[in-house]
Design a protein around this ligand. Structure first.
Ligand code: BGC
Length: 246
């Protein structure tokens, strides 16, 4: 089926129509920059603009950077607390005029990688991580997702560990690739201690530059970059809509 996938990140909303059977984008992605944190009205306008850009008449799947339970927005890490405890289906359904469903952004990206990317056919425990403004995590066992795993919020020196090791921290602090990768290793060691994955898939914008920093990573599990790179969030949001039932 065809679903408009929208991936909400810390600084932009990105969307494209997706064919859920092939996992391919049916048009070039459309990106709308937003503030960080993002006011509710601005975010809803961004989603509306994406739906209008594609003259979209079908369903809308949204990967949102927070815990999501039955479309309800839980604790929000970076987008702004103004979004918390709202009914996301009602908010984004109203903004786009279409049937919208929300999912955690990393869960969505993980679904896409498990079906079409680096996790395809992997039966054991697989941990998908997205490194961006925050750190997103999704845990799979025998291809099934345990939703809303929030490893980016493991406390580290009194703060969520994503504030120590996310990709945004590298830029903000002007860290070199190696220096930052050593921080990622601290995070990986904690995450591995908690769930012992056999495979770790790393997504987010930095996965495109894996040649610069993967050589510094250390973990017991095999580590691979996401195959769908930054499209994983968009494709996965569409897939998640379909999996939630028509
Ligand atoms: C949020 C997660 C999200 C991650 C990546 C974190 O701050 O708590 O829900 O998956 O950022 O966007």
């Amino acid at each position: 089926m065809k679903v408009l996938g929208i991936d909400i990140g810390g600084s932009a909303f990105k969307g494209a129509p997706v064919d859920t059977r092939t996992g391919k984008l049916l048009a070039e992605r459309h990106r709308v920059e937003v503030g960080s944190p993002c006011p509710t009205a601005q975010g809803l306008a961004a989603a509306r603009e994406i739906a209008r850009h594609f003259k979209w008449r079908g369903p809308v799947g949204i990967g949102f950077p927070s815990v999501i339970q039955a479309n309800r927005i839980g604790l929000v890490g970076n987008l702004g607390r103004n979004w918390e405890h709202k009914d996301g289906a009602a908010l984004f359904g109203g903004a786009t005029g279409r049937r919208a469903r929300l999912f955690n952004d990393a869960d969505a990206a993980g679904l896409a990688e498990m079906k079409f990317g680096a996790g395809k056919g992997q039966p054991g425990a697989v941990l998908m991580l997205t490194l961006g403004t925050g750190i997103g995590s999704a845990l799979f066992f025998q291809g099934r997702l345990m939703p809303n795993i929030e490893f980016g919020h493991i406390p580290w020196k009194g703060k969520p560990i994503e504030r120590f090791a996310s990709a945004a921290v590298r830029k903000r602090r002007g860290l070199g690739w190696r220096e930052w990768a050593l921080r990622v290793n601290v995070f990986l060691a904690v995450a591995e201690r908690l769930c012992s994955p056999e495979l770790i898939i790393i997504g987010g914008g930095v996965s495109k530059k894996s040649d610069k920093w993967f050589k510094h990573l250390k973990a017991r599990a095999r580590i691979v970059p996401a195959k769908l790179h930054n499209d994983a969030g968009i494709v996965g949001a569409a897939l998640a809509w379909e999996q939630a039932g028509r």
